[in-house]
Design a protein around this ligand. Structure first.
Ligand code: EPZ
Length: 426
């Protein structure tokens, strides 16, 4: 397993271009199951998770092709297989996105229940509730979800997909995809409004699906007999963009993050201004302003919420910033109350953070010190790298395969900005 050695205390400078959104490209690739024709995604991010999704689709019989510039094409000309193996789903929870399109296309889907992850149980009850509303029978057998459409196929229905923690991103995606081939109209209440859901909806529309309400909590889908192929340009990754902006802010540097959607990061821009860390932005870029290394942000509380609230996927990275604030800040996780694996690792670097259930109380310190730390999940890993950029000494981040799942060659892109980071194969 590879490690990153991160030399702290170096200012950054320059521009970094954002890749396409991991959490949009995965469901878009799964949508290829809804048509016999080719679905092409130009310049897909070169991520482990994208390769895993292509492996899942390949195991179902799809022809997949990755071009020189990482553009990806998928074609399910024949009748796809109906079973997505545990081998793949355990590697990537996002594989669960094949459930809805597979059920709609073939009338049957057997997909391994996704495992939990380091930040708690990850149920899929509203996914299954949505399929049952569309007329499917759903049961759990030997660790697999087995969903079967009624004779004559799925039929449109009205269903509420909210959970005790708000809307469900992949739950909305799965049921929206299934509804595109159901007979009649489906109304999804309590739908997720994340940009990734909206982007998937736009891709489905370009495949011939009739969907209204994209970006709102109420989606209306009128089913079609079949969908056609398409070419879909996926939106920029707002979490990757936010991570790079925070790298610039943490090091007090001028870093311009280009090819992003500042409107998808309004809450981060607002919180950074509240924290006394001004960022400028234009139509497709955000730029951290040079405040010099050692600049301490004002303590600023965040609570993670469904979009457009503060994204849970930036919580760990925000905590890395608040460990250096000149006061006490409070971080509350309303999406994944246990998403605090990074606390202990940041504490090893001198951070003073106390957890009270879903809340973390961060007492800012003057500086962090380097330490050997262990990455636990994709976003916690990013937070440890960010902390390493400003810690005194060289931080040794272990198990960086987590970070490779969601950030394309992050070490070479940070090095290009002047960071002292290098990958060491273990
Ligand atoms: C998606 O996960 C993202 N993953 C996650 O990003 C992201 O953190 C999450 O949405 C929230 O924004 C992908 O898109 C592949 P949810 P998802 O269903 O869809 C509860 C990353 O780092 N819930 O929106 O699995 C659930 O426990 C990853 O890129 C139910 O109770 O999340 C959670 O508390 C991590 N029942 C909340 O809802 C369900 O049936 C939101 O979960 C489904 C979810």
């Amino acid at each position: 397993m590879d490690r990153f050695l991160v030399q702290g205390g170096r200012p950054l400078a320059g521009e970094v271009t954002v890749a396409c959104a991991k959490n949009a490209v995965l469901p878009v690739l799964a949508a290829s199951l809804l048509t016999r024709e080719t679905l092409r995604v130009p310049r897909a991010p070169a991520l482990v998770d994208v390769r895993t999704m292509l492996d899942v689709l390949g195991s179902l019989g799809a022809e997949t092709r990755v071009e020189e510039d990482d553009s990806v094409s998928v074609r399910n000309a024949g009748e796809p297989g109906t079973r997505a193996d545990w081998e793949y789903v355990r590697r990537m929870r996002g594989s669960v996105c094949v459930l809805g399109p597979l059920l709609a296309r073939t009338g049957r889907a057997e997909v391994s229940l996704p495992g939990g992850c380091v930040f708690g149980v990850r149920p899929i009850d509203v996914h299954l509730k949505g399929f049952e509303a569309l007329g499917a029978s759903v049961r759990i057998e030997h660790g697999y979800v087995v969903a079967e459409a009624p004779r004559g196929g799925l039929r449109g229905a009205e269903v509420f997909l909210g959970t005790p923690f708000g809307s469900s991103v992949t739950g909305t995606m799965n049921v929206m995809m299934a509804a595109t081939l159901a007979r009649g109209r489906t109304v999804i209440q309590g739908a997720a409004c994340e940009p990734e859901v909206e982007d998937l909806g736009r891709c489905l529309r370009s495949m011939g699906a009739r969907i209204e309400g994209l970006g709102s909590p109420c989606l209306e889908i009128d089913g079609e007999e079949e969908l056609s192929g398409a070419e879909h340009e996926v939106i920029p990754d707002r979490i990757e963009a936010g991570t790079f902006v925070l790298a610039g802010v943490l090091t007090g540097s001028r870093v311009r993050v280009v090819g992003c959607r500042p409107d998808h990061l309004a809450v981060l821009i607002d919180r950074l201004w509240q924290a006394g860390c001004p960022v400028e932005h234009g139509e497709d870029w955000i730029e951290s302003q040079p405040c010099g290394l050692g600049h301490r942000p004002r303590p600023t509380d965040v609570t993670t919420q469904p979009y457009p609230g503060f994204p849970t996927d930036l919580q760990a990275q925000w905590m890395a910033l608040m460990t250096l604030a000149d006061g006490v800040s409070v971080i509350t996780e309303r999406i994944y109350p246990d998403r605090y694996m990074h606390l202990a690792e940041l504490a090893r670097m001198g951070a003073r953070v106390r957890r009270q259930g879903a809340t973390a109380i961060v007492q800012g310190v003057e500086s962090l010190s380097s330490a050997p730390v262990t990455a636990s999940d994709l976003r916690a890993s990013a937070a440890l790298v960010l902390a390493g950029l400003v810690a005194r000494g060289e931080t040794d981040v272990h198990r960086v395969y987590h970070i490779d799942r969601g950030y394309q060659r992050i070490e070479s892109r940070l090095s290009a900005l002047g960071a002292g980071i290098r990958r060491v194969a273990e």
